[in-house]
Each structure stands twice: as structure tokens, then as C-alpha cells.
Design a protein. Structure first.
Length: 479
């Protein structure tokens, strides 16, 4: 059926009858469909779903009364209005028409003005009824949806909220409708991340989240917030869709943890075990063979330890916080271990501004994941693959946060690109070298990991004005 015109199905076995009604209604702008008898009318009606059926009574095969009765018995057509057009004007004929479900009657010969008026009224009412039904169906779907929906005006005042949005935000519908949306979000301890995506949020297409950070009592909770377009006729405002993506975030983090931090743990012992391939049966009598065998045994033991560690790494409840804490001295130890493992000596640690016993609410595994990823990216994007790295610490006095500054002397990212770097698979060094290796998921995963515990990740140009990049990560500390 045409979406802008009312559709009328004209059913008459006589061509002159169909032509007469066509001439009267065509100029009114209707979409007209035709059937020669009752059987054909039933098939055509299911195909075009008309707004009105004009049904002649006296027809062969199936008369108008039986056709109307079958229309009312068909779930798809039961609510379509039917006007019976008949030359019969007896009381019995009218009663039979009412009995089979006709909505109105027009007697032949009919008054042209009256016919047009009745058709106009019924089609208008039927389209309005259909619209109300569609709205009711839509409202039911939205009210029972797994996603949250909030309609806000340009002043961020909520004009509509569905039940799931109230569940996500932990507030009643009345409270949500009385306050600024962002005030409610802040009151419920949600954090809008990343900050860049919420600046002029109505106009950018960045992925944005509301994050309820992890605590000792609960894991982190993630809501992805999308802005859906509204029809032009709807009042100014924005429709926000809230989706629970916690499981998706956790799974992505687990995959990243395995790829970026676990695989390397297997390589060293596997390399040690490969020495077994050089032995022959009679080689185990000499001292050198015994030394090689000892190396292989040590590697096997280490491999067993590392595989056990993998299983712990994939436990998402402990990878970030999960009740574990770390002190700044532990961060220094982990960083030195990573540098030693890579046989890397060109680095500085500047923790003078913060006491080494300062406690942070993050596990050692999370610190290792973050520093390893930053260290890998720094080497990857340095022109000579040998960056000079500085790791600094500072305390943000107005917040319960400790800041770690990871500084290198590699590429300097343009200011216009800095906000985009934490997006998944962002490619930066193509602007300098033409390469498109890209950042992968690393910085995006670091950011998500930190948001989940109430921290943050920012990519900046070096504060001292030198060539290179400064990545600042903030970590929560006890209150």
C-alpha cells in the first residue's frame, strides 16, 4: 500500500460499476485497486491491505455478504472498513449487512457528494486508527526493550524515559523527568567516557560510554550511548539509546590481554624446549648434552608456570582491581622488569614527586598490561625503534588519583589527531611515514580498562615542547 495515499479496493463484477466509482474517486487522490468478485477480492485485499473496501452485494461466485463475513474472519483484514454498495434497501438487507460486519451502506443510485464524503471520512478515521495502533505497538516494544531510551530536549531535560533506562540509571521515572540528564548521571556515580566524545556530543559520531567504575563490592558496568535520529516533525531534541555492553567490553579486554601480554610468556620457554631437537640418542653421555637437557627441563617448568598464569590472566575479576592494590614502588619494579626482559636500558624513572608507598587501587597484572602496551607502541612508532622513555608520577591533589606520565621521543602526533588516538585501530604514523600499521586495539583497551576502575588515559604532545608523545594515565587511590 502507498504510504502517502489511502488505498481503496473496489469490488464489483460489472465493469460499468467499477468505472463509475473510479471516475468519482480518482480525482480525490486515492490509490485505487479493483476485483471482479468476492474470491478475487479476498486475495487482493491481503496483497494491498486497503484502507477501505467498497463492496458490491450482487456478484457471482461469492456475493458481497459472504465476502464481508470472510473479511471479518481473516485476522489480517478484520479491521479494514467495508462499505456495502447495494441496490437492496430493505430492512432485512441492512440487518444482514450489519450482521456480517459492514461498517456502512451506500444505496444505488448514489449521491456523488455523499459517496465522496463518506469515503473521505472513513479513510481518514481508518488511517488514524492504524497510526494509533502502530504507535501502541511501538510504545509496547520500547517499554519492554532490553535497551534504555531517553528523549531529551536541547536543554538536556528528559521528556520521555522507558523502564529499562530507569533500571540502568537506578532512578525512578519521576526523578529522571524532573532533572537534567547529566545531573542524574553524576548523582548515580556514572562517568562519561571518553571526555572528548561528550564534548558537543550532539554533533560528533564518536563512540561514547557511561561507566560505573569497579569497586570492592561490584564489577564495572558499561553503557554505550547512541544518538538516534528523530523525524523532522518531532520537537527539537535527541533520542538516546542506552545499551549494556559490559560483557562485550570484558570479552574484548580478555582477548587483548591474551594477545598483548600472555603470548610473550610462552615464547621464552618454548625456545628453550626447542633445544631438544638437536639431540641424538647417544648424546646424553657428555657433559654439554646434560647442560642442554637441564635448560630444557627448566624451560618445561617455566612453561608450566606460565600456562598457570594464563588461566589467572583470563580471570576478568582480578585483571584490573577485584580488591587488589599496588604501591608505586611495585609499579617501578614492574617497569624495570619489562625493560630488563627486553634488554632495554635507555629509560628514566622520575618518581621523586610521589611517595613510593602511595597505594593505588589496581592490580599488578593490570599495571603490567598497561606498561607493556605503552612500551611496545613506543618502540613500534619510533623512527629508529629505540625510544628514550621517561616514566614520571604525580599526585592530583583535588582528586583521589595518581597520574603516571609515559613519555618518549618518537613521533609528535598533531593536536587535531590527539583525541582520536584512543579509538580502536586508529592509525597515526601514516601522517609521518606513509605506513598504516596503526595503533590496533592497545590504547583503546587501556582506556577502557582505566575507565572501568575510575581512571583515565590521555594522549598529549610533550609538556616540555620536545619531539615525542606523552601518555598520561590516572589511577584511583584510596580515599
Amino acid at each position: 500500500m502507498n504510504n502517502t495515499k489511502s488505498c481503496i479496493l473496489i469490488v464489483d463484477d460489472e465493469e460499468i460499476g467499477r468505472n463509475t466509482l473510479e471516475s468519482l474517486l480518482l480525482m480525490e487522490g486515492y490509490q485505487l485497486e479493483f476485483a471482479n468478485n468476492g474470491v478475487e477480492a479476498l486475495k487482493k485485499a491481503e496483497l494491498v491491505m486497503p484502507d477501505l473496501i467498497l463492496l458490491d452485494v450482487m456478484m457471482p461466485v461469492m456475493d458481497g455478504y459472504e465476502c464481508c463475513q470472510r473479511i471479518r474472519q481473516n485476522p489480517l483484514l478484520a479491521e479494514v472498513p467495508v462499505i456495502i454498495v447495494t441496490t437492496l434497501d430493505s430492512r432485512d438487507s441492512l440487518l444482514r449487512g450489519i450482521d456480517v460486519g459492514a461498517d456502512d451502506f451506500i444505496s444505488k443510485p448514489f449521491d456523488r457528494l455523499e459517496l465522496r464524503a463518506r469515503v473521505r471520512t472513513i479513510t481518514r478515521l481508518n488511517r488514524q486508527r492504524r497510526l494509533m495502533n502502530e504507535r501502541a505497538k511501538f510504545a509496547w516494544v520500547v517499554e519492554n526493550a532490553d535497551e534504555g531510551y531517553i528523549l531529551v530536549n536541547p536543554d538536556n531535560q528528559a521528556r520521555y524515559v522507558n523502564p529499562q533506562a530507569c533500571v540502568f540509571l537506578g532512578v525512578s521515572k519521576d526523578k529522571l523527568l524532573q532533572q537534567d540528564f547529566f545531573e542524574v548521571v553524576a548523582q548515580q556515580n556514572y562517568q562519561a567516557k571518553p571526555v572528548e566524545a561528550w564534548v558537543n556530543w550532539q554533533k560528533n559520531d564518536l563512540t561514547r560510554y557511561l561507566v560505573l567504575p569497579e569497586s570492592r563490592e561490584r564489577p564495572p558496568f558499561w553503557l554505550q550511548v547512541d544518538i538516534l535520529p528523530l523525524p523532522a516533525r518531532v520537537e527539537n531534541g535527541y533520542l538516546l539509546r542506552l545499551m549494556d555492553v559490559t560483557e562485550k567490553i570484558v570479552l574484548a579486554r580478555q582477548r587483548w590481554a591474551f594477545n598483548s601480554s600472555v603470548s610473550h610468556k610462552l615464547l621464552t620457554p618454548l625456545n628453550g624446549l626447542s633445544i631438544l631437537s638437536i639431540f641424538k640418542p647417544d648424546d646424553f653421555t657428555n657433559e654439554q648434552a646434560y647442560e642442554h637437557l637441564k635448560i630444557a627441563q627448566d624451560s618445561a617448568e617455566r612453561l608450566n608456570t606460565q600456562i598457570s598464569g594464563i588461566l589467572q590472566y583470563l580471570d576478568s575479576t582480578s585483571i584490573c582491581y577485584g580488591g587488589f592494590t599496588q604501591v608505586l614502588a611495585g609499579v617501578e619494579y614492574i617497569f624495570r622488569q619489562l625493560c630488563e626482559e627486553a634488554e632495554y636500558v635507555d629509560f628514566e624513572i622520575q618518581f621523586d614527586a610521589v611517595v613510593l608507598t602511595t597505594e593505588i587501587l589496581v592490580s599488578g597484572q593490570a599495571i603490567e598490561l598497561i606498561l607493556r602496551e605503552l612500551f611496545t607502541n613506543s618502540k613500534k612508532f619510533h623512527p629508529k625503534k629505540q625510544p628514550h622513555i621517561i616514566l614520571k608520577a604525580s599526585k592530583e591533589t583535588d582528586k583521589n588519583l595518581l597520574a603516571l606520565h609515559f613519555i618518549d621521543d618518537g613521533i609528535t602526533i598533531p593536536a587535531t589527531e590527539l583525541k582520536k588516538v584512543i579509538q580502536p585501530y586508529y592509525q597515526s604514523d601514516k601522517y609521518f611515514t606513509g605506513e598504516v600499521a596503526g595503533m590496533g586495539l592497545g590504547l583503546a583497551m587501556i582506556s577502557q580498562l582505566l575507565w572501568g576502575i575510575g581512571g583515565s588515559c590521555s594522549v598529549l604532545q610533550r609538556s616540555d615542547g620536545k619531539v615525542g608523545t606523552e601518555i598520561v594515565i590516572t589511577l584511583p587511590t584510596p580515599e
